[in-house]
Design a protein around this ligand. Structure first.
Ligand code: FES
Ligand code: FES
Length: 173
């Protein structure tokens, strides 16, 4: 029987360094985060790149971690929902607070991916209108249909100067 090919991968997740030795080289980034590092904030919805529940930032860009091979993210900076900076009083990132303020979630299963994708949309500057937000959030599905509330939440945070938002994220990373 042929042995499973393995690889050693070092991931920088939310500012912490983790080395996974002997990792099956077919392991997705999502499974590395959830199953190996026990960072279960990122959700596995479809596992096929169709729902966005697994969205994380890799070197500041949003990706579907279910489609990403962990081995290809060696030494990359990964930010998950657990890594968002926390307000000292509420413990929430401004996007998390905005989702609360606007009822942007119901079951909440899609919410970590929605929030990470929203962070990407803000950083990309695609918040010029509600339609633009909808278009650039279109890879994130919500079976509960909280879409209009999610757009409202992102719009609220878009009022915040982006540099301040990025500083908060860096501070929490
Ligand atoms: S779980 Fe990754 S896109 Fe659905
Ligand atoms: S809040 Fe339930 S799937 Fe989006």
């Amino acid at each position: 029987m042929t042995a499973t090919p393995t690889v050693s991968v070092t991931l920088h997740v939310n500012g912490e360094e983790y080395t996974l030795a002997g990792l099956d080289n077919r392991t997705t980034l999502l499974d590395a985060l959830r199953e190996h590092l026990k960072q279960t904030g990122s959700k596995k919805g479809c596992g096929l790149g169709m729902c966005g529940a697994c969205t994380v930032l890799a070197d500041g860009r949003r990706i579907n971690s279910c489609l990403a091979l962990a081995a290809l993210y060696d030494q990359k900076e990964i930010t998950t929902i657990e890594g968002l900076s926390q307000d000292s009083e509420t413990g929430l990132h401004p996007l998390q607070q905005a989702f609360v303020d606007h009822d942007g979630f119901q079951c909440g299963y899609c919410t970590p991916g929605q929030i990470m994708s929203a962070l990407g949309v803000l950083q990309e500057g695609h918040t010029g209108s509600a339609d633009e937000i909808r278009e650039f959030m279109s890879g994130n599905l919500c079976r509960c249909g909280a879409y209009s509330n999610i757009v409202a939440a992102i719009s609220q945070v878009a009022q915040t100067p982006l540099e301040a938002l990025l500083d908060e994220q860096r501070a929490g990373a």
